[in-house]
Each structure stands twice: as structure tokens, then as C-alpha cells.
Design a protein around this ligand. Structure first.
Ligand code: 2BX
Length: 441
């Protein structure tokens, strides 16, 4: 084996349908990161080399890709993977090979379980990262009586459990929890029956369009209601695909129902677009001018995607564009962890390249190195919790006159809400969480 190369495996969801094909933009982002890491002196002379294949976001195919990577030379030192379903399968098995798994595209709360996934780390935040943000907003606007409407998908079921726990801790009553498989009509009717006013909605974007139209038809929108939707749908999600998906509302009706809703999402692109990130801070051997801010990265990624045939200038983005910084930063996390591991091993006269799937001692060094790795990445500050979860900022927006407006950011770590006082309420005042009976004296 060429002795100055460190080999890693990669599993990307590219083709296929259903699930998340985010490998389309994340694999190119990983290529950019490998370029930057390898022109750096960070691995003291070693080159980082990736061997990867497509999982189509299918756990079975992902498992066979993993076996191919592990049963074919060269020996891999760790695995990158995307999609919650694939990460669940790969991370559960990887411990048998003492491999760290770094997931750049997995949001399922179920993955925050060190018993099932002892060597899993994620640069993609768990879906539970929204919960403290939602709770903070409820307390800010004094909404202590809320309802939940969710699609019956694993990721939303475990997210609701997290919301319920946090509501109990904060004295917020969940008056009803409605779920639906694909038609939300009855669930929305039950919300109205319970006089729900503040509703947290957890569903994928196709279901979200059905919910919005139901809200319009059953008049569960406007000045007396506040809806929390997930923020990672496309900006004009409520105006597109209405015909194709058999939505029985017009664009105008969808806009009326959507007006005023609030969204929460994890920040995946460093908002400080001129901040020098890690690959800009370290001395790049060749071209020093690349400070690699998140804006630099966006330009570089879009150039690569154009070369791959995506009509970026006509907003034809591949899936995973939003998550691309998470994939880029995952490679940097690996490089920084390997750098730490090599330094420690060299002092003991050992080498990282003597890792052989059974060498738990080296695996433990790699694990503890990544566990303590923190740096400023393209996706912002990268750090991992004790369960390997990404610690991330969340962003709050509201639809005002049909367009998303940034209302603020929330940092869970220090419970700090940055608020811009931009919110607009249709009735001119903060909607209440229940019907207030005015006593006429
Ligand atoms: C924000 C989103 C779309 C959530 O799902 C992730 C994919 C997954 O969890 O399988 C990718 N990023």
C-alpha cells in the first residue's frame, strides 16, 4: 500500500428517489474539502484519499457499499455517510470494525444514542435542535397551551417526544397531538375542535402543502393562529407543485393560509460570510489568497456544480446544496482528528496506518480526537455533544407579505436569543394561546 496516504470510505445518497438525495451536492463539497486538506500541511505529508459509492439513501444498498469498502483494500480509517436510514444501519454495524462514522446528512433524533451508535458523530444537527428554539419563542410570546400536528414518520415521532419532554419542563400544556399518514383533513378538524391556536407542524414538504390547503379550507389560519413549520423547505414551497400534487387550493389561497407562519431551522451556512474559516486560517501551501469564507466556498461549489451540468444561474440546484457545508466540514473534522491522533501515536512510536479494524487502541485514539475536535467551519462553529450530535445555531423566520423574513437566531448552548423585532401579527397584536372570555362587568 502507498505509505503516505490515509484512506477513508464514503457513502453518498445520489440516485434513487424517496428519502434525501443530498449526495448530489455533498460529494462535490467533500472533493473541495479533500483538495484543501491535501494542499495543507495539516496531515504532515500524508494525503487523505476517499473511496466512495452511492447508497441512493437506501439502507440495504448502503450496507452493501460499506461491506465493499471494508472487504476491499486499501484499509479505511473511518466512514462518511448521509441519510438517517443509511447512517442508522452503517453506524450500528461500524462498531464491529472499530470505525468512527461521521454523518453529514442525518437529522433523526434516534441517532443520538451512544448505546446503539458508540462511534457515531454528525456535522448535521438532530431534528431536536429546533425544540429549545420553539420553547423559547413560546415563552417569549406567552404561549403555554399548544397543539402538535405531525406526519407519522420516525424522525417526527422522536422529535415530538423531545418536544413533549421540554414542554413539561417549561410548564407548557400540549392540548392535543394529531398525526396523519398522508391526508391531514381529519387531524386538522380535530385541531379546530380542540380550539388549538398555537400549532407545531412536523411533516415533509409535500405533506406541508396538503396541510396548508386544509388549514385554508377549515379556516385554521389568520390573526388568531400561529403555525410553526420546519424551515428547510424551499422559500416558495407553498406556491409550487400544486397541480402535480393534486392540491385543491389556488396559489392565492395558499399564500393567504401561509401568511404569518413561523419557521425554525438549523443554520448550515456560516452567517458571517466574511469570517475566515479553518482552511483560510491554516497556512495554505500554495494559494494564500483563499480565506475560504462561506461565500468563497459558495462560489467554488457553484462552479463545480455548473461543470457537472446544474443550471445554477437558473436556480437549478442539486439536492444537498443546503447541507454541502456540513459535508465539507466533516472532512475537516476528520483531518483535524487524524492530525491529533498521529501526533499522539508518534510520541509512542506508533503509526495511524497500523489501524486494522481490530486495533481498538488506535480506534479509541481516533474516537477521542474527533470527540474533542472544535473549529470554525463553513457551516459555522463545529463541535460535538457527548452523543456525537452537532451543536448548532438555529434561525427563526416568519412569512411577511408572502416572503420569509429573518426574525432572529437562537444559541441552545448558552440559551441566547438574538431578536430583530421584525415579527408582524395579522391582527396587529400577538395571537393568544386560548379563547379569552371577556367578562362584561
Ligand atoms: C434538513 C434535512 C433535509 C433533513 O433531513 C436530512 C436527511 C436525513 O435525515 O435523512 C437532510 N437535511
Amino acid at each position: 500500500e502507498d505509505d503516505n496516504v490515509l484512506h477513508i470510505g464514503g457513502i453518498f445518497p445520489i440516485r434513487g428517489k424517496g428519502g434525501w438525495q443530498g449526495g448530489q451536492a455533498c460529494e462535490p463539497a467533500v472533493r473541495l474539502a479533500l483538495e484543501d486538506v491535501n494542499k495543507n500541511s495539516i496531515l504532515s505529508g500524508y494525503q487523505l484519499k476517499l473511496h466512495w459509492n452511492d447508497s441512493e439513501c437506501d439502507p440495504g444498498l448502503g450496507a452493501s457499499v460499506m461491506y465493499d469498502l471494508l472487504y476491499n483494500k486499501p484499509q479505511k480509517l473511518m466512514l462518511l455517510a448521509g441519510c438517517s436510514t443509511v447512517c442508522t444501519t452503517v453506524a450500528e454495524a461500524a462498531k464491529m470494525w472499530n470505525l468512527v462514522v461521521l454523518c453529514y446528512g442525518a437529522s433523526s433524533p434516534a441517532l443520538s444514542d451512544r448505546n446503539r451508535f458508540p462511534t457515531l458523530f454528525r456535522t448535521h444537527p438532530s431534528a431536536t435542535v429546533h425544540s429549545p428554539t420553539r420553547i423559547t419563542l413560546m415563552k417569549k410570546f406567552e404561549w403555554y397551551r399548544i397543539a402538535i400536528l405531525q406526519q407519522t414518520e420516525e424522525v417526527f415521532i422522536s422529535t415530538v417526544e423531545d418536544i413533549e419532554t421540554r414542554c413539561k419542563q417549561n410548564g407548557i400544556e400540549i392540548i392535543t397531538r394529531q398525526s396523519f399518514v398522508s391526508d391531514p383533513a381529519d387531524a386538522v378538524k380535530n385541531l379546530r375542535r380542540q380550539d388549538a391556536r398555537i400549532i407545531v407542524g412536523l411533516f415533509y414538504v409535500v405533506a406541508a402543502r396538503k396541510v396548508l390547503c386544509e388549514m385554508y379550507k377549515q379556516q385554521l389560519y389568520g390573526k388568531a393562529y400561529v403555525w410553526f413549520f420546519i424551515g428547510w423547505y424551499k422559500d416558495n414551497w407553498f406556491e409550487v407543485n400544486l397541480k402535480e400534487e393534486g392540491i385543491k387550493c389556488t396559489k392565492k389561497e395558499m399564500r393567504i393560509a401561509a401568511e404569518g407562519h413561523i419557521t425554525t431551522e438549523a443554520l448550515m451556512w456560516n452567517q458571517n460570510i466574511n469570517q475566515k474559516t479553518i482552511s483560510g486560517q491554516l497556512k495554505l501551501k500554495k494559494n494564500n489568497e483563499n480565506t475560504n469564507t462561506s461565500e468563497d466556498f459558495r462560489q467554488r461549489l457553484e462552479n463545480v456544480l455548473r461543470l457537472e451540468g446544474y443550471a445554477i444561474d437558473r436556480h437549478r440546484y442539486p439536492e444537498g446544496y443546503q447541507e454541502a457545508p456540513l459535508a465539507y466540514d466533516a472532512v475537516w473534522a476528520v483531518a483535524l482528528a487524524f492530525n491529533k491522533t498521529m501526533t499522539i501515536l508518534e510520541k509512542q512510536g506508533k503509526s495511524i496506518t497500523s489501524f486494522n479494524y481490530n486495533n481498538k487502541e488506535i480506534a479509541d485514539h481516533i474516537y477521542s480526537a474527533i470527540n474533542s475536535t472544535q473549529f470554525l467551519g463553513i457551516s459555522g462553529w463545529v463541535a460535538f455533544s457527548s452523543q456525537g450530535d452537532r451543536i448548532a445555531l438555529t434561525q427563526i423566520e416568519q412569512v411577511i407579505n408572502g416572503k420569509y423574513v429573518k426574525l432572529g437566531y437562537y444559541d441552545t448552548q448558552d440559551d441566547n436569543l438574538t431578536w430583530f423585532d421584525k415579527e408582524k401579527w395579522i391582527g396587529g397584536k400577538v395571537p393568544q394561546d386560548r379563547t379569552v372570555i371577556r367578562r362584561v362587568l
